[in-house]
Design a protein around this ligand. Structure first.
Ligand code: 3PG
Length: 219
């Protein structure tokens, strides 16, 4: 049986997206109202690619708002666990989709959708399932407990053409250990938006974390 595979153009779309910044902030919004000032601060700080997780009620409304109000940013949806959520995020205006793991249904949805998917994997076998369907770019999750930079270095031996966006447990102090690997495109993380700064509505503080991150991680 011949399986339908991912178009090459989707890999190019993911590459272009991941080349925009060394870090994709992973954002879980408590309300749509806080989404805009947080996203503006991150973009102003030099991080234009943002992943909004579908972990709260506010997520879809936030994606819609940000996609509308911040055309200079690329607003993606994360924690997408099934095709219905994939569809809802696309309808809200997400320009890319990130999943924590890879199910057959999600890989198939990504092949059919005009909105590109960065599927999550943890193991070589999961990656090989994705490769079989034409995926060559993956989120590596949860990176810090799945072997960290050493695992990705080892994955590069048998699979030199595969590239990753590791996420999960990464902080500014450890991000460069991943970014120095040839098979890492960028990293994802939630460290840029500490709950304390959000509670204080300290948007300038979030902008400064983004700025410091860009300064320390850019080549
Ligand atoms: C994710 O969804 O990718 C992670 O929850 C982000 O991980 P972190 O909170 O450890 O940065």
């Amino acid at each position: 049986m011949t399986l339908k595979t991912l178009p090459e153009t989707t890999t190019a779309q993911i590459d272009a997206l991941c080349a925009l910044a060394p870090v994709i902030p992973v954002l879980t919004f408590n309300s749509a109202a806080e989404a805009l000032p947080i996203a503006e601060a991150l973009v102003e700080g030099g991080l234009p690619v943002l992943e909004v997780t579908l972990r709260t009620e506010a997520a879809l409304e936030a994606i819609q708002l940000l996609a509308d109000k911040l055309p200079e940013a690329r607003i993606g949806a994360g924690t997408i666990a099934n095709p219905a959520q994939y569809q809802a995020a696309c309808e809200a205006g997400a320009s890319f989709i990130v999943t924590p793991g890879s199910t057959r249904e999600l890989l198939e949805t990504g092949i059919e959708s005009p909105i590109p998917l960065l599927p999550g994997i943890q193991t070589i076998s999961e990656m090989m399932e994705g490769l079989q369907r034409g995926y060559r770019r993956f989120k590596f999750f949860p990176a810090s407990v799945a072997g960290g930079p050493a695992a990705l270095k080892a994955y590069g031996g048998p699979f030199p053409d595969v590239r990753f966006c590791p996420t999960g447990g990464i902080r500014l102090e450890t991000a460069s250990d991943y970014l120095s690997l040839g098979n890492v495109m960028c990293v994802g993380g939630s460290w840029l938006t500490p709950a304390e700064l959000i509670a204080q509505q300290n948007w300038a503080g979030i902008r400064d974390i983004a700025r410091e991150t860009v300064q320390r991680l850019q080549d």
